[in-house]
Each structure stands twice: as C-alpha cells, then as structure tokens.
Design a protein around this ligand. Structure first.
Ligand code: DOR
Ligand code: ZN
Length: 348
C-alpha cells in the first residue's frame, strides 16, 4: 500500500454538507459525534414532524446547539422540507430566520418521505421563491416509481428541467450514485453541484446483497455498479468545483436496521474522515482531499474559510461495534487515521 501522505498533517476543519441529526435522545447522542469531526453541517429536515416553518427550524437549531456542548466550531446550517403548499411568504420567513436551503424529497423516496412532494411540477413556485431568496435547493434525486436501481437516473431529467427553468437557483443533487448523475452535473452550469458520501465512494451494491445481507449499509439511493462507483471516485478526485462531501450519515437503531422492514441509512459520522483520508491517499492527492472535504462545498454554499484546523495522525484504531444502539460503517474493523480536537488557526 503506497503511503503518499505524511504520517501527520493538518487540514482546515472539514464541513459536512448533508447530515441527519435526528431528535430527542438520539439527537443528544449523535450531535457530539458529528461535532467531533466537522465544522459547518447542512442539517436535513426529515424529522417527525418535519422542519417546515421558521418556528420548527429555530427550535431545531437551538436543540442542536445545546446538544453540541463545548464545540464552538460546530455550526448547523438549517434546511426545511419543501411542500407544494409553501407560499412565497413562508419561504421568505424561512430565509429570514436563517434557513440555508430547502430539501426536496419526492414522496416515498426514503426515510420519513411519506409527506414528500408528490407532484414536483406543483413545487415550481416554491423553487421560484427560493431562487428569489437565494436559498439553495437540495434534491433527493430519485423517482420512487421506477425500478430501484434506475430511480436516480430516472429523476435526472427533472433536475435538468429545474436547472434550466431557474438559472440563478443554486442546486445540489444529493448523494449521487451513478455515472449518469456525474455526467449531468458536469454538463449543467456552475449553479448545479452534487454531494458524494463516503459509503458511495467505497462500496457497491455487493456490500449490501453480494454475500450475506448487510442491512447496516442499506441506504437510499442504494449503491450501484462498480463503474458507477468509479465515476464517483473520478469526480471526487477531479478538480471540478462541483463535487464535494456530504456524509448522509443517518443513524438508525439496530432494531430498525435488522428488521423485516429495515430502514435506509448508514451511520458514518465517526469514521468518515479516516476513511476519506485513506481513499484519497489511494486514489487522489492531498489537494483533492482538501478540496473535497474543506473547500468546494463551503465555496458553493458561500461559507467563509474555517477558523479551525485538525491534525490527522496515521494511528490505527478499531471502530466500536456500536455507538449507542447504532452500528457504524466499518464496525469492529481498523481505520488508519486519528483526528485531533479542532483548534483555532493561529493568526487566522
Ligand atoms: O439512506 C438514507 N437515509 N437516505 C436518505 O435519503 C435518508 C436517510 C435517513 O434519514 O435515514
Ligand atoms: Zn440524507
């Protein structure tokens, strides 16, 4: 195994542009894991009930800040769940209360999306209001009526149409999984970008059903074919500013995963950075690691450079079997990098 990176190096504190933080006790348990690794995080709104208005958004942000405790670098960037019924006034109030983005979930596409948008055309006025407020549109890009492996590609024409009808709307196609999604994002103008997760960079459908069934890596959209994974890897390691890290880290208790109706979601927050460093050491460069985790996303979201940095050391540790009652990615396996607590960049 080639050792391209030094055994110890520092990066600006990475950001996570797609994260699920849950509610109640789960929120208290899992926010600190995210805050140990990331600075700015885009918080998904698929709680029950969902984050739909300025009141729930502000309350949720307060709860997250309380749960983060002593982590002054941790900044939750809030989103709301788009409904066809959102008026321009409701969108303006959300923007004024500090929303960064709105999330489009096609109805039934994933966890807690039963109340998603059923007629996407009917949400066009919401996109117009978001464009006027300079809010980012985050898209779960799957058509739930298609065959499961085709759902992302089946949704791409809708992304194309939204981008063409709203040329000033910043759009993030979330957790992309296919070579065709990479191609579309590259073809569209600079206001369209995509997040890529660590699990979609590392795994294919084989990880879920290629051997014994592994429900802990089952997620939506599901991992695809080796050539899709390779296209994601090339995009992440390229110098395109359009592809950046969003973990989609999504804790579900063991009982909800090891079940006859198991939930979609992979818990990656505690292991994402060690796995990404390892991935970029093998397939990319230090520069592409830094761009993917620390630069491109914050530029797209117009967030300033981090005031914090982290030092990573080549020091193996074994991933715990569980965090609370959640099985993380790579449970029980060794990862090669240890992170320091974030520190303020001196002179910054
Ligand atoms: O696998 C997923 N889990 N995909 C999503 O889109 C939602 C997430 C969750 O909330 O658990
Ligand atoms: Zn998600």
């Amino acid at each position: 195994m080639s050792r391209q990176f030094p055994d110890t190096f520092s990066l600006p504190l990475p950001d996570d542009f797609h994260l699920h933080l849950r509610q109640d006790e789960a929120l208290l348990r899992y926010v600190p894991d995210a805050a140990a690794s990331f600075g700015r995080v885009i918080v998904m709104p698929n709680t029950t009930p969902p984050i739909r208005d300025e009141h729930s958004l502000s309350r949720y942000r307060e709860q997250i800040m309380t749960a983060a405790g002593d982590a002054p670098w941790f900044v939750p960037l809030m989103t709301f769940k788009i409904a066809e019924s959102h008026t321009a006034d409701a969108v303006r109030r959300l923007a004024e209360s500090g929303a960064t983005a709105g999330k489009l979930y096609p109805q039934g596409a994933t966890t807690n999306a039963e109340d998603g948008v059923s007629d996407i055309r009917a949400a066009w006025p919401v996109f117009a209001a978001m464009e006027a407020q300079d809010l980012v549109l985050c898209i779960h890009g799957e058509d739930p009526s298609s065959f499961v492996l085709d759902r992302e590609d089946a949704f791409l024409p809708i992304v194309d149409q939204i981008a063409s009808d709203f040329p000033r709307l910043r759009i993030v196609l979330e957790h992309i999984t296919t070579a065709r999604a990479v191609d579309l994002v590259l073809r569209l103008p600079d206001n369209v970008a995509a997040t890529i997760t660590v699990h979609h960079l590392l795994l294919t459908l084989d990880a879920i059903i290629g051997g014994f069934l592994n429900p802990h890596v089952f997620c939506k959209p599901v991992m695809k074919r080796p050539e899709d994974r390779e296209a994601l890897a090339r995009a992440a390691c390229s110098d395109s500013p359009k592809f950046f890290f969003g973990s989609d880290s999504a804790p579900h208790p063991i009982g909800a995963k090891e079940s006859s109706c198991g939930c979609a979601g992979v818990y990656t927050a505690p292991v994402a950075m060690p796995l990404l460093i390892d991935f970029f050491e093998r397939h990319g460069t230090m520069e592409s690691l830094r761009a993917f985790c620390c630069e491109r996303g914050r530029r797209f979201y117009r967030v300033p450079p981090s005031d914090y940095e982290v030092t990573y050391t080549r020091e193996a540790w074994t991933v715990p079997a569980t965090y609370g009652d959640v099985v993380p990615l790579n449970a029980g396996r060794a990862v090669s990098w240890t992170a320091s607590r974030p520190t303020i960049i001196s002179g910054g």
